[in-house]
Design a protein around this ligand. Structure first.
Ligand SMILES: [Zn+2]
Length: 285
């Protein structure tokens, strides 16, 4: 992937540096980390676990703005984000709507969000209350180690998935799903709505990939990287790894196969209308 070809100028809020060591990984052992990842992987609303924003630890809020500090991670994230702004602005404009660019908070260790405390242990997420994506770049190392093998287009897919939640927010889909979940008669029903929302964010990530594929010279290998990641973070795969068995009613993000299928649906079509994961006949693929 030639990500350097992509435009610069996303709204990055850099809260890294001068902060607290550890990144959450050494604390509580690997088991706790895995559970947190499963619970919140790519989630839209971390408030359930993160608490209501009570600060039990100092937050890092000082932006790091020195121009010399824009390392490769920063530049990569910035270009991916800026390219999502371009793609989604175009798509919204063609539909007669306007798109409001999200902010992406880069942090290390932990920080605060309008949805509560953010820690690197929970993985990347989108907070609809402040319309910001939260990303600890140490998460990319986690992907390299055990979540599908990483790779630049796999990292980009993660960012584009979170931006997909912002698109859902802009379209009012996120609110509709929250209301439907409040009316749900069972946890399984509420979970199923969450799965549809997450699969749609995967599909939206694919839509973005479609539109940057020639500019970024995407190769088959790049697409395989994203597919490997989507497969590695399916609920069935994560549950099998962590507990040895699978409980479909508890799924919140979809199976490995579903995540791959919906990402590829968006990637092939480039059209968000192909991402109707809520449709009667979609069967969630
Ligand atoms: Zn998600």
């Amino acid at each position: 992937m030639d990500w350097q070809n992509l435009p610069e100028g996303g709204n990055i809020e850099d809260r890294r540096g001068g902060g607290l060591p550890g990144g959450g990984i050494a604390v509580g052992g690997v088991g706790g980390l895995i559970i947190a990842l499963i619970a919140l992987f790519f989630g839209i609303d971390p408030s359930a676990i993160l608490g209501g924003g009570q600060s039990s630890a100092p937050a890092q809020t000082q932006p790091r703005t020195a121009p010399g500090q824009q390392d490769t991670s920063y530049q990569f994230v910035d270009r991916i984000l800026a390219s999502t702004n371009q793609v989604w602005s175009d798509i919204f404009r063609q539909a007669g709507r306007s798109y409001h660019d999200p902010t992406l908070v880069l942090y290390s260790g932990y920080t605060t969000s309008a949805c509560g405390q953010a820690s690197s242990a929970v993985g990347p997420f989108y907070c609809p209350l402040d319309q910001k994506v939260y990303l600890d770049t140490s998460f990319f190392n986690e992907m390299d180690r055990r979540l599908g093998g990483g790779g630049d287009f796999a990292y980009a897919y993660v960012i584009a998935h979170e931006v997909g939640h912002h698109v859902q927010d802009e379209l009012g889909i996120a609110d509709q799903v929250t209301r439907a979940q409040q009316r749900a008669r069972s946890e399984a029903e509420a979970n199923s709505l969450s799965v549809r929302l997450e699969l749609q964010a995967d599909c939206f990530a694919g839509v973005w990939g479609h539109h940057v594929s020639s500019l970024a010279n995407l190769t088959q290998q790049d697409v395989r990287e994203a597919v490997n990641t989507a497969a590695a973070i399916g609920d069935d795969t994560l549950q099998r790894q962590s507990q040895g068995y699978v409980v479909p009613d508890s799924f919140t993000h979809g199976t490995s196969q579903q995540r791959v299928n919906w990402f590829m649906t968006g990637f092939k079509s480039g059209n968000p209308n192909s991402c109707d994961t809520f449709g009667q006949n979609s069967g969630q693929l």
